[in-house]
Design a protein around this ligand. Structure first.
Ligand SMILES: [Zn+2]
Length: 504
């Protein structure tokens, strides 16, 4: 996710000072001063919008298909947000068939989930928003008893450890976004959001996917996805992965999307609106698509920096880890690194070149390797922030060290207000402490290790847990092993300490 404090800083002039607490206002101004945004450039004219080709209709996924093995996870109970997710379920593949009726604001879902039971149990549960009414639940084709109280969809039938099951859930209703555990100003709710024009979009970090489908909504459980989205033309649905087909018949558009590598639920995106598609390719050959509101063509020019920026990131982190990249522009004020299809708010800050770099870095740090639970979201945001600042310094011809020196004085305040990066206050998710402090930490580590060793580590780490998850102990022990130095005290001081560690 983009750093909302920086965003607030960019937009401060247009917003009343009463919108946020005084100490953060100070930080926002500091960030605005430290982040010298480079101007964005565009490489030329738009390509014509071309409908996607005629990909074959996908067969229903068989639960014993070995292709699902890549999505096997070791789900845990979240230490920060334990009410969301069920470690008894290991979701492997979600097939989501969604129909949006803007006139009535009604979403109808036919969901087929293939999952592995992680233990013997009398029941299991998924998260599904209370406003959605469930009409049928079947396990391996048989109707089963269930309760849907609050957001907990409890399926009352026994399951056996390590057996795979196919669960069908049919539901409908008007989804309602859920409250975000944050004091940020760029978002306050999470999940399925309906615009004034009855278009829809989703952003759902650290949870909130359950506002629109039945899901094990915790980051340790990654799964594969297929989407079929039906909406009245000219609206169409955009989602993660690649567009397999797009057809308009009798005034209705159906799009099918396929995500071929597993994603955590907070990295899933669906947006339904009147989008125009623009395609291009990075130097390295990654297909890049932009989905922008048809009535706002100026945004295409802003987004097209992404292909060049991807080249810059690949020079540092190695080859892009997925088969395609897209950006969908929605009516939000934030930005989110949703896997292979970044979701950006149609605002100047959210579409700035620095934020686009930030969300692309997350495809390595956060998406290819994902924290086991929310305690370690610093693993994502620290690196995305660090390389965002490095890109901005590069393009503003300013030494990165100077930019960081200007941010450093805020560090103790961030620690005090929201807690150390790896031990933060659950009510202040996504504050500056998980961005700025680990960004300073990575720079400090770079100075200690030297260029060669530092960049080799940065490049190597995401692949160590490709398509998987990692914990605090995993990443800190790996860096010690990788460098042959005991770095545990260094990481503990920066990430868990009450006091700011000294900088060189
Ligand atoms: Zn981020």
């Amino acid at each position: 996710m983009a750093d909302g404090d920086a965003g607030a800083g960019q937009m401060r002039a247009r917003r009343p000072a009463s919108d946020r607490a005084a100490p953060l206002a100070t930080l926002a101004l500091l960030l605005a001063g430290a982040l010298a945004l480079a101007g964005c450039t565009s490489d030329g004219s738009d390509e014509p919008d071309s409908p996607a080709g005629s990909a074959s209709e996908r067969q229903a996924v068989a639960r014993d298909d070995a292709a699902l093995d890549v999505a096997e996870s070791s789900p845990v109970e979240d230490r920060v947000y334990p009410r969301v997710g069920d470690p008894g379920v290991d979701a492997l593949h979600y097939d989501l068939d969604l129909t949006w009726q803007p006139r009535t604001r009604r979403l109808s879902g036919v969901e087929t989930l293939v999952f592995r039971a992680t233990g013997d149990a009398e029941r299991f549960q998924l998260d599904l928003g209370a406003p959605l009414e469930v009409s049928a639940v079947r396990l391996d084709g048989q109707e089963v008893a269930y309760d849907h109280a609050g957001k907990d969809l409890v399926v009352r039938t026994p399951v056996t450890r390590d057996r795979r099951y196919t669960l069908d859930v049919e539901y409908a209703g008007t989804p309602k976004p859920v409250a975000a555990p944050t004091t940020r100003t760029d978002f306050s709710t999470l999940g399925w959001t309906i615009t004034r024009d009855d278009e829809t979009w989703t952003m759902q970090e650290p949870f909130g996917a359950y506002s629109w489908y039945a899901v094990n909504d915790q980051p340790s459980d990654k799964a594969l996805y297929d989407f079929t989205i039906t909406a009245p033309a000219p609206m169409l649905g955009v989602a993660n992965g690649t567009l397999e087909s797009r057809r308009t018949e009798d005034g209705t558009t159906v799009t099918k999307w396929h995500l071929d590598e597993p994603a955590a639920s907070y990295l899933v995106t669906v947006a339904i609106g009147d989008f125009e598609e623009t395609r291009e390719r990075s130097q390295s050959g990654v297909p890049v698509t932009y989905w922008t509101p048809r009535d706002q063509p100026r945004f295409v020019r802003r987004l097209r920096v992404a292909a060049d920026e991807l080249d810059w990131i690949e020079e540092r982190l190695g080859a892009y880890p997925f088969s395609s990249l897209g950006i969908v522009l929605v009516d939000s004020r934030s930005g989110m690194e949703t896997q292979t299809m970044i979701t950006l708010g149609a605002a100047n800050y959210a579409t700035s070149p620095g934020v686009i770099v930030h969300e692309m870095v997350h495809q390595w740090y956060g998406n290819q390797v994902t924290p086991v639970d929310w305690r370690d979201v610093w693993m994502n945001e620290g690196m995305a922030m660090y390389l965002q600042l490095a890109w901005q310094a590069d393009h503003a011809d300013a030494p990165l060290g100077d930019v960081l020196d200007r941010l450093a004085p805020a560090e103790p305040l961030l620690r005090l207000e929201s807690g150390p990066p790896a031990d933060y206050d659950p009510a202040t998710f996504g504050e500056g402490n998980i961005y700025i402090i680990p960004a300073l930490m990575w720079h400090e580590l770079r100075e200690r290790l030297g260029e060669r060793e530092f960049w080799a580590g940065l490049r190597a780490w995401p692949g160590v847990h490709e398509n998987g998850n990692a914990s605090y102990d995993d990443i800190t022990a790996w860096w010690s092993e990788h460098t042959g130095r005991d770095l545990s005290a260094f990481f503990d001081a920066w990430l868990l300490g009450e006091k700011s560690p000294p900088r060189d």
